[in-house]
Design a protein around this ligand. Structure first.
Ligand code: PLP
Length: 249
């Protein structure tokens, strides 16, 4: 007999999935139409193995060196590593060799560096274009008006990057309307850009929403939420340590 809450990774995953489905239903969408990308940044192999045991085989990380440090120790788990953080072009090789996907493709110089490394590896990866949807000065992402030209270049010249959609981080403020405006502008940008019918560009996926704001993102059309804290618990350091672009000014 126990009155304690179950804090296992499996239990938290189930709770988060339930909240995602509930939010979808409330938004008039199909439950199951929103995917979950668990974000394991700062958590080590033991905890990640718990997630794998609970059925997870796709994990988000925001640093290339962290994927590199977890890749070998977890090689037996067949994890698809998804890069979701700002990536310096000189670390493109790590992503080209170890990641199955990048959601933080935010500039042409990075696309060129990744494509070159991917060609060397004889690999291709899925890619979402990260868009700057807020006016926060420190936030990474491609400016929305540059998206069509960016997509044409990548689609024509860099077939190792299979564009599947867009990703964004909402503004880091308590104001829910401001957060919603970021998510809405990503969906509207996607819809406008789809209408251009750029060849070889798929924009079906919208990766938006995290532990603190995913219900709003789902109301605004998210197809994939990136959840760390609500599954793995709080991180030992603040987000400004692991995630400099979110440092509050
Ligand atoms: C850490 C991180 C997340 C998950 O954040 P939580 O608030 O812990 O759910 C999502 N997206 C990106 C880009 C991240 O770096």
């Amino acid at each position: 007999m126990t009155t304690q809450q179950d804090h296992s990774i499996a239990a938290r995953l189930a709770q988060v999935r339930q909240r995602i489905d509930q939010a979808a239903i409330q938004a008039g969408r199909e439950p199951g139409s929103v995917d979950l990308l668990p974000v394991s940044k700062t958590f080590g192999p033991d905890i990640i193995r718990e997630a794998v045991a609970a059925g997870i085989h796709r994990l988000g990380e925001n640093k290339a060196q962290e994927i590199r440090s977890k890749f070998e120790p977890l090689a037996d788990c067949n994890i698809n590593w998804v890069m979701i953080g700002n990536l310096q072009s000189n670390k493109a090789k790590d992503i080209a060799t170890m990641a199955s996907e990048i959601q933080s493709l935010d500039r042409l110089s990075l696309a060129v560096a990744l494509d070159r490394r991917l060609q060397q590896e004889g690999r291709s990866i899925d890619a979402l274009v990260q868009i700057k949807t807020s006016t926060e000065p420190s936030k990474y992402g491609l400016p929305p008006d540059e998206l069509p030209a960016f997509l044409r270049r990548v689609a024509q010249e860099m077939p190792t990057l299979r564009i599947q959609g867009l990703m964004t981080l909402a503004i880091n403020v308590p104001n829910q309307d401001a957060i919603r405006a970021c998510f809405r502008s990503l969906r509207e940008l996607r819809d406008r850009t789809q209408d251009l019918g750029i060849a070889n560009v798929n924009l079906d996926r919208l990766s938006m929403g995290m532990s603190g704001d995913f219900e709003i993102a789902i109301q605004e059309g998210s197809t994939e939420v990136r959840i760390g804290t609500a599954i793995f618990g709080g991180r030992p350091y603040g987000d400004d340590y692991y995630w400099p672009e979110k440092a509050t000014s």
